[in-house]
Design a protein around this ligand. Sequence first.
Ligand code: ARG
Length: 472
Amino acid sequence: MTDKQTESKPWGGRFTESTDAFVEEFTASIRFDQRLYRHDIAGSIAHARMLAHVGILKPGEADAIVAGLEDILADIERGAFSWSIGLEDIHMNIEARLIERIGETGKKLHTGRSRNDQVATDLRLYLRDEIDHLCSELVRLQSALIDVAEREASSIMPGFTHLQVAMPVSFGHHMLAWEAMLARDHARLIDCRKRVNIMPLGAAALAGTSFPIDRDYCAKLLGFDMPAGNSLDAVSDRDFAIEFSAAAAIIMMHLSRFSEELILWSSAQFSFIELPDRFCTGSSIMPQKKNPDVPELVRGKCGRVTGHPVSLLMLMKGQPLAYNKDNQEDKEPLFDTIDTLSGSLRVFADMVPAIEIHHARMRDAALQGFATATDLADYLVRKGTAFRDAHEVVGRAVRYGIEQGKDLAMMSLQELQRFSASIEADVFAVLSLEGSVAARNHVGGTAPAQVLAAVAAARQRVSCQVTKVTPP
Ligand code: ARG
């Protein structure tokens, strides 16, 4: 076996010819898995320390390996590491360089380990960090929404169902609806993190290793909650990635709905808000245009993030136990999910505090569309009319209003009394926007007092969320 290329592969021993040049490129993952370098090195350092702890390596050997790995880390971080396609992936690139740097001792690092448990460990360590980062971005966006909600607790906008004006609501209440979605998203990520934080290392290729390893020791070094309980499952399980990407797709769906409203609201027809110029772009042909690109892109990006859990489910559905090379395909969907989501959260958290609100315009819109019709029906109920009859009476008043081009609050008492003799002068208090909003004064309602109470509760909840994300 003299072929140079074959000889240079860490697994070249049983091969008689070198890998086809295109196959080498086709099977390599280094182009995308190099981003795991920090976690691969952390995993290797813990593995080396554990090997020394149980006496498989001499303390000096482990020290040499750790020092070599730290040098490699520094090289990578200053851009002085050249990646080789021939060495397939992040694991073999780093191991080969270690052997080059420290010699024979470097060849002992892979004792009692396989790339199968190594890659699963790297991915979990990497995802754990990314989840923590995403959680902090979620908290930043939640906090921004809570601040706007507090400021705008008494600002009135039309609330919609079917995109038709339904009832007046507090703008702050609307902000807190978005925040509530993100709070659930945060809880989902925290829950997912528990299943991410389990250590595959020690499962080796699939069956465990004949060396007397100490998996608890290693798990502790890496901040894992525990070692995985079944070696076959440990190397083949990608549930954590599927679960994470599903949680991410839900977050993107929320951001997409949020985007849709920002796009509508910033149109000339709604004109409820103005997005800051620095978050918009112009048109190359129409000089007057200011386009809401950021929310449009986030709405668009929801598409591919939604596709990733499907890719991962399909990746896994036909795989027999244990590790199969198919699993190399888990990385690109996972990485794209993380990049897209983290960018979207970042730009939203930056943009939300800078949104300008057109209070008068929003209030005017709430005055159109008979937003207080339900208040009039409720008023009649309080005066002794059954709700179904009250509904009918108000429906007739609305029909009259449409014909006359008058909102209910604009009608005279005499005009209103044509529909029900129970209507008296006190009706105008309930027909005002402020009266309507203030009347919904119960937990979860839109009354400004309730919105302020919800702001306080949300702040309290978010401060607990922050403490839940504890670095390893
Ligand atoms: N690059 C591989 C992956 O991403 C690493 C594990 C390879 N294991 C193997 N037996 N070929 O899954």
